[in-house]
Ligand binder design. Sequence first.
Ligand code: SF4
Length: 482
Amino acid sequence: MFPVLTNFYARWRVECGVVALLHEDRDSPPEHLLQSIWQHQRLLRDRLKTLDGLPVRVFHPGFQSLEGGPDFRGAIVQIGNRPPCTGDVEVDLRPGGWHAHGHDRNPAFANVILHVIWEGDHTANGAPPTLPLQQTLDAPLGELSFWLGGEAAQVFPEQTRGKCCVPLRGMELERLVVLLHEAAQVRLQSKAAQFQARARQAGWEQSLWEGLFRALGYKHNAWPMQRLAELRPFWSVRRDGKLALQARFFGLCGLLPVELTRSQSATDAYLKQVWDHWWRERDEFSDYVLPRALWHLHGLRPANHPQRRVALASLWALGGNIAGKLERWCGLDLPQATLESSLLETLQVEPDDFWSWHCTFRSARLKKLQPLLGPARATDLAVNVVLPWLWSRAAEGRNDTVRRSLERRYFSWSAAEDNAVLRLARQRLLGGAPRRVLTSAAAQQGLIQIVRDFCDRSNALCENCNLPALAGTWCSVGKPKT
Ligand code: SF4
């Protein structure tokens, strides 16, 4: 039933813009409403046709992505007589959005299989098959707009939950945590094995530097950061240590801007100093400079920009002997909370005149000094690099006491920041479990491991995934004997 403006609260919602009052004949929906309509498939699903007249069958609308790039990932659709295919879906109001928003030039959109629009009469040049929704809504636009403002649209559609959701949601919390910790143990050992393999080739210290740098690259810039770590033989500088090393790092990374801001004198002064070092040696290192195109620079939080991360990496390199510092930290006998803060202190660097106050070469000066490493990043470094690396060394040295002590730290470490993988997994696998269910970093790591092991090997329909059966059996008979 179409809700009407029967009381003052209903009118508030409209007046405050919580919901838009839309008219069928003259309004386009806002893009986020169109996304919700697609996500919840509020459509006459048997009447969907591309602008070229081909029927479209939607087996799965995909999972909404809030990280930039296409709006939905992993959709499964069939267009005309072609076999069903898996890919991304982009939602725009009109076909022209494909070029106007730069999707045609953005490699992140290369896997878009369907361009969903509100209205239009021809597919944009070079765009994927285009599906207009205007004539196929399952309710009047005004009603859908009211619905979008309600809770129904905020929740993850029940029909897109994973098949494992029922057994996992039915587990007692304690058992769920045991399962997540078992998966986390696998993740710890697998990361440790990677360090060990790399150490066999390049030595333990080099494997640590590479792990730390990769982690600073987050998921999009891990490879250029890995390469920077591999260029470690070039890290030593003869004079003017800090600035020269920063110049070398930025120069090797290909991240030095070639133009001054001309509006921020302090930034320009710093940039000139850096160039003053780099221009003298850039010919010598020209064969090693990373192409700028290797870097993913869009859609990042300013504090996570690679330029700031490279600055931190250069300061770590300047301090040197990070392996020795971490080994000393490993030997500390402190309560867990103090251990966590002491790791942050161990990896923290001295304030930098420029980078403690700026996120990029071009950003305005921050109002407050911002440390180059925060607690959230230190937690990521702990569970992904520091603990697996130390654990691997302890395992190779057959030092069971140290290994067990590191495992205790790993399983007690406070939860890391939420991220897109965890948000989706909580909805899809755990039926919308609140964030507090994942009380430790290890529980989060375990959930990510399950996503990698099972979801990444299946599809949006959970085809051929064994986890529901395994979890169901484990629920009913208890933990399987190993
Ligand atoms: S693919 Fe498997 S693990 Fe992932 S949501 Fe589906 S059933 Fe669960």
